[in-house]
Write a protein that binds this ligand. Structure first.
Ligand code: SF4
Length: 343
């Protein structure tokens, strides 16, 4: 093991955390439901963005039972703008399962937590250690960055062997401290101090950090090169009638942005073909298509390039689903929310 004094490391880290931790709304409680909501929101989303969403969500759905009883469209509405809506659906499903299978009481067994929808190893570890104060490791990108630097770990961090390596180190550390403090302290160190550009001068574990000793902090973590992002180019159409009602569709219930409201769009580089397909899909005759602007939206594995056009037609669109964009009853995809904000 490359950390010589694990007890000292754990104490130094947690002493620092107890003095410097950020007073975040989800740190006011150790309720597993609240920890689950915050952890799911924080996947793929920055802390500053999450805080107001978390507060609004908990105000509307204060308990797991409140969430389980709510319609999915309302849950998605409270998630609107956070993106990655699959997280909201998993959270809603999990609430329903806990109410039906566990009588509304959050399970405290690690294996049962891991079986909940949307809960991977990291989230299960975070809930088990933070909410139930158990010495269970929670390994996310922040933790990997810190430990790969502290131990000058020279292998690719994305392999199974590496996950086992970091898990072993965390177990050797967490046993010396209060688990819920330790887990949050590791996360906080990665978020505030051992960042991409580390602030080693204020780091509480600097004395035991091999990368600091050898001035190689920025060499870690070592990652194999990622797959290139896939680019997709769409023509996206905004069709409004005289009453300012806008044509929207519901996306399919599987795949990217499943079930969310969206503007119709066509994956092609030919505007005439896109208009022809639009005419066929909605049985309208396009009089004029005027270019508005371009929008880009990045997902984890692909990037959308949306060329947004306003469509003019004399056709009656009242038989289609049209909405007032200022008062949408359902959640709209984040990519298309950007369009509404620019209209
Ligand atoms: S000393 Fe620097 S590199 Fe090492 S853990 Fe602390 S912040 Fe990270």
């Amino acid at each position: 093991m490359k950390i010589k004094n694990t007890k000292q490391f754990a104490h130094d880290l947690c002493d620092w955390y107890r003095l410097h931790y950020r007073k975040l709304p989800f740190r006011e409680t150790s309720e597993p439901y609240n920890i689950l909501v915050s952890e799911l929101m924080l996947q793929q989303t920055q802390m500053d963005t999450v805080i107001p969403y978390y507060s609004r969500f908990i105000q509307r759905f204060p308990t797991i039972k409140d969430l389980a009883m709510a319609p999915q469209s309302e849950v998605l509405k409270y998630w609107e703008g956070l993106g990655y809506y699959r997280r909201a659906k998993h959270l809603h499903d999990t609430a329903k399962i806990i109410v039906s299978d566990y009588n509304g009481v959050f399970p405290n067994e690690l294996n049962a937590i891991k079986k909940l929808k949307g809960v991977g190893n990291y989230t299960a570890g975070a809930i088990h250690s933070i909410a139930f104060n158990q010495p269970t490791p929670a390994i996310d990108g922040n933790v990997v960055r810190v430990l790969s630097r502290v131990t000058a770990y020279s292998n690719d961090v994305s392999t199974k062997e590496s996950a086992l390596y970091f898990e072993t180190i965390l177990k050797s550390l967490i046993k010396h401290e209060t688990p819920r403090d330790f887990t949050q302290a590791m996360m906080e160190l990665g978020a505030l101090v051992c960042k991409k550009k580390p602030l080693c001068e204020i780091c509480p574990v600097q004395k035991q950090c091999l990368a600091f000793k050898h001035h190689t902090q920025e060499d870690y973590p070592i990652k194999k090169s990622k797959k290139p992002i896939q680019h997709e180019s769409y023509f996206t159409f905004v069709l409004q009638d005289q009453q300012n009602q806008t044509l929207l569709i519901r996306r399919p219930d599987k795949g990217l942005l499943a079930n969310l409201m969206a503007f119709p769009q066509y994956l092609t580089s030919d505007i005439d073909l896109a208009i022809k397909r639009f005419n066929e899909d909605f049985n309208v005759t396009v009089k004029h298509a005027s270019y508005l602007f371009d929008i880009e939206h990045i997902f984890s594995h692909k990037k959308w390039h949306l060329h947004v056009y306003r469509i003019k037609t004399d056709s009656d669109i009242s038989s289609h689903n049209t909405y007032n964009l200022n008062d949408l009853p359902e959640a709209i995809s984040k990519a298309h929310l950007k369009i509404i904000e620019k209209l």
